[in-house]
Design a protein around this ligand. Sequence first.
Ligand SMILES: [Zn+2]
Length: 298
Amino acid sequence: MKTTAAIDIGGTRTKLGLVSEDGRVLARAVVSTPPGGAPEPLLDAIARELPPLLQQAGSALHPTIGVSVAGFLDADHSRMQGNANLPVLCEFPLRDELSRRLGHECLLEVDSNAAVMAEYRHGAGRDARRLLGLTLGTGVGGGVILDGSLLRHTGQCAGDLGHVIVAPDGRPCTCGSRGCLEAMACSAALSERAGGRSVREIVKAARDGDRDATDALRETGHWLGVGLASVSALFAPDTIVVGGGIGAAGELLLAPARESFLTYAGDAFREHVRIAGSTFEGWCALIGAASLALEGRA
Ligand SMILES: [Zn+2]
């Protein structure tokens, strides 16, 4: 079975891994993404951590490396364009520089596309004809696959779904607006609602029955449901898969999200949309980037 190496460059952490053809992560490593400054420290960390994984794959290694990035791409997928959550890489010739350093061709893909592709190929979106994948983490991103094809109408993806406005008087957003789905359902918003704890701490505490953590996830789920109701009118999905660090909360997040979705969605969508959680525990963009690299599709 073929093995593909992949990199998922997120706003806070960068994940590296080997992914088998059937979507299993065989080996993994994580480095932190520098918040600003120059891109070199991040490239150095990738160039240090990935080669041992490539060696581990041996002759099963697919020659192309899939790279998921947290933001829009230019038309030929060579560099990222403006993105508030990953300014360090904006307009940097990432594809060529990574390919040069790693000695393998690298294919760049928008993380929301990579994440939804993982769900479509190997996860909760496998039987979907109209699939919407949403990732909740440092930012909130979304990707759409219609009849097997990624929607690429803005920034090589389905646009900035995280900036649909769900609460006009809500939290200020990194985009300059206020009350966007991202502002109301990102890690920082959840953390604020639970006394400054990290997402992992909140999810763990809620599982252990902590009331404040549960309430913080419920409120976050509420806003998620409002956002899903709004974007359903645009894409008419039959299946929505929610992933990312906050998605790890599972039903603690999804049950209140379904409740507000049922409250706010239009009649055409209320009964027909399945809302499921990702099973990839935050590794969906990495798995999807590997799938796309294997298919040569980024
Ligand atoms: Zn926004």
